[in-house]
Design a protein around this ligand. Structure first.
Ligand code: ATP
Ligand code: MN
Length: 467
C-alpha cells in the first residue's frame, strides 16, 4: 500500500493539487511514447470528462517491461507528484514515480480503440460504452439531474414516496402494460369459457408493471399534501421512436390544493432548476455536448433559463397551426390529438422555446382530469420543448365525486375497480394537481442527444433487452 492519498482525476486536474504527491486509479485512454525515452499516459477514472496526463519517465524500473506495453483500456494505479502543466489545455499533469498495471486489455480484442464508433454500434457494447467520452458525460449529467430532482422537491417541501412497481391499477390510458405472471406459459389454468384464469395467478388477479404512480401518488398527496415519486415506469407500446423506451424513469409530483396554474408554475421552476444545476455543475460535460453533439446547445439552454415558458391553450394552438400555412402529414382540427410534427412546429417555429399547452379536449385525455366550466375541455397541461417535444404531461385532477363518477360511466370504467380512488373524493376531497416528467426526455433536451436509447444505461425497447 502506498503512503500517498488516492485522489480522483477530477481533483488532480485542479490547480489546487499542484505540488502534492498522490495516487491515481483509473483506465488508460492513450499512450504516447516520446523519442526522449519517456511516455505520456492519459488516464481517466470517470470522475470527469478530461484525462490527466501522466508523464512516465524511462527511469521507472518497469518502463521497458510494462509501461511501453500498456494498451488502451487497461487499468492502472500510478503515483507521483502533480505539477503545473507546460502543455496546453490542461492545468496540471503528473510526473510518475510508479506505474502499476492492474488489468490488461488485449489490443486485438478490446472493442474501444481510438477509432470513433457510431452510437448504434456502441449500443451493442452497453457494457463498455460508459468508458467513452459521450457516455461518461451522459452518465454524469443523468446523475446531476437525479440529484437536482431530489434537491428541488425537498426544498419545496415535497415528500419522496415509493409507489408500487407491480400494480393492478392501470392508470387508464397511460399506455400498454406488461403483464406480471407466474402462470405457466404452456397450459395455464382456464375458466369455463376457456380464457386464461388469472384468479389462479400469484396475486389472485391480473397484475402488471406500472405505467405511472399517479393514482397511488394521489393517495399520499391527499394525506401528506405535497409528494413526489421518482422511479421506473414501463410501457409495452410497440413504438420504435427516438423518444420512447419500454422502461424509463419518471418523476411524478402530486400536490393537494394546487390548481392547474400552480402545477404549470411548479413544472417550470423544476425544469429551470435542472438546467441551472447542469450548466453550473457539469460545465465541462456541457461544453463537450455543445462542441460534439448539438452546436449552440449551451446558448439555447441559457435562453430557456431566462425566458418565461409560454402558455398557450389547446384551442389557441389549433388556430395557430391552422393559420401556419405549414403542410403537416396529419391534418389539424379542434378535437384531434397533436402529433409530434405539430408539437415541433409550436415549440421550434412559433415560440422558439418551451411552451406549455393547457385545456385539452376531454375526449383525448384521461378520465381523472378535471372538467372545465365549458364542459368540453379538461385542466390538462403538457410542457413541450424544442427537439424533444413533450417532456411533461400533467393535469388538475377531478376532485368532485359526482363529476368523476359521471365521467367514468361515460367511458365504461367500473366503479368497483377504482373503489379506493373514489374514496379519496368521498372523504376530505381537495383540489389537487400533478404531472409526470420523463427523466430520459429531459436528459435528451439538456444534452442534445438525439436518441433516447443513448441516455439510459441499459435501454429496453421492442426486440431488445440485452444486458
Ligand atoms: P408521448 O405522447 O410522448 O408518447 P405520453 O403522453 O404517452 O407521451 P405521459 O403518459 O403523459 O406520456 O407520461 C408523462 C411523461 O413521461 C411524458 O411527458 C414523457 O416525458 C415521459 N414518457 C412517456 N412515455 C415515455 C416512453 N415510452 N419513454 C420515455 N419517456 C416517456
Ligand atoms: Mn402526455
Amino acid at each position: 500500500m502506498s503512503q500517498v492519498p488516492w485522489i480522483s482525476v477530477s481533483e488532480a486536474r485542479s490547480a489546487a493539487s499542484t505540488g502534492k504527491s498522490v495516487e491515481l486509479r483509473g483506465w488508460l485512454r492513450t499512450r504516447r511514447d516520446s523519442k526522449g525515452g519517456f511516455s505520456f499516459l492519459e488516464i481517466n477514472d470517470g470522475s470527469c470528462l478530461g484525462n490527466l496526463q501522466v508523464v512516465a519517465p524511462g527511469e521507472l524500473s518497469n518502463y521497458e517491461s510494462v509501461v511501453k506495453n500498456l494498451s488502451v483500456g487497461c487499468s492502472l494505479i500510478v503515483t507521483g507528484e502533480i505539477k503545473a502543466s507546460e502543455g496546453q489545455g490542461q492545468a496540471t499533469e503528473m510526473l510518475a514515480t510508479s506505474v502499476q498495471m492492474i488489468g490488461d486489455a488485449d489490443p486485438q480484442t478490446y472493442p474501444l480503440q481510438k477509432k470513433r464508433h457510431t452510437f448504434e454500434k456502441l449500443r451493442e457494447w452497453a457494457h463498455l460504452r460508459p468508458r467513452t467520452n459521450t457516455f461518461g458525460a451522459v452518465t454524469r449529467v443523468r446523475n446531476r439531474i437525479s440529484f437536482s430532482t431530489h434537491q428541488f422537491f425537498q426544498e419545496e417541501g415535497f415528500l419522496y414516496i415509493h409507489t408500487p412497481i407491480i400494480t393492478a391499477s392501470d392508470c387508464e390510458g397511460a399506455g400498454q402494460m406488461f403483464r406480471v405472471t407466474t402462470l405457466p406459459a404452456e397450459n395455464p389454468p382456464r375458466d369455463p369459457q376457456g380464457k386464461v384464469d388469472f384468479s389462479k395467478d400469484f396475486f389472485g388477479r391480473s397484475a402488471y408493471l406500472t405505467v405511472s404512480g399517479q393514482l397511488e401518488g394521489e393517495i399520499f398527496a391527499t394525506a401528506c399534501g405535497k409528494i413526489y415519486t421518482f422511479g421506473p415506469t414501463f410501457r409495452a407500446e410497440n413504438s420504435n421512436t427516438s423518444r420512447h423506451l419500454a422502461e424509463f424513469w419518471m418523476i411524478e409530483p402530486e400536490a393537494a390544493f394546487f390548481d392547474l396554474n400552480d402545477n404549470m408554475a411548479l413544472a417550470e421552476r423544476y425544469v429551470k432548476r435542472i438546467l441551472k444545476d447542469v450548466l453550473n455543475d457539469c460545465a465541462e460535460d456541457m461544453q463537450f455536448f455543445d462542441e460534439r453533439v448539438e452546436p449552440g446547445l449551451i446558448a439555447a439552454l441559457k435562453v430557456v433559463l431566462d425566458k418565461p415558458f409560454e402558455r398557450i391553450s389547446y384551442t389557441e394552438a389549433i388556430s395557430i397551426l391552422e393559420k401556419s400555412g405549414e403542410k403537416f402529414d396529419y391534418p389539424v382540427s379542434w378535437g384531434s390529438d397533436l402529433q409530434a410534427e405539430h408539437e415541433r412546429y409550436l415549440t421550434e417555429k412559433h415560440v422558439q422555446g418551451p411552451v406549455i399547452l393547457y385545456n385539452y379536449p376531454a375526449a383525448i385525455k384521461s378520465f381523472y382530469m378535471r372538467m372545465n366550466e365549458d364542459g368540453k375541455t379538461v385542466a390538462a397541461m403538457d410542457v413541450l420543448v424544442p427537439r424533444v417535444g413533450e417532456i411533461v404531461g400533467g393535469s388538475q385532477r377531478e376532485e368532485r365525486l359526482d363529476r368523476l363518477l359521471a365521467r367514468m360511466k361515460e367511458l365504461g370504467l367500473s366503479e368497483q375497480d377504482y373503489w379506493w380512488y373514489l374514496d379519496l373524493r368521498r372523504f376530505g376531497s381537495v383540489p389537487h394537481s400533478g404531472f409526470g416528467l420523463g427523466l430520459e426526455r429531459i436528459i435528451q433536451f439538456v444534452t442534445g442527444m438525439q436518441n433516447i436509447r443513448d441516455v439510459i444505461p441499459f435501454p429496453r425497447y421492442p426486440g431488445s433487452a440485452e444486458f
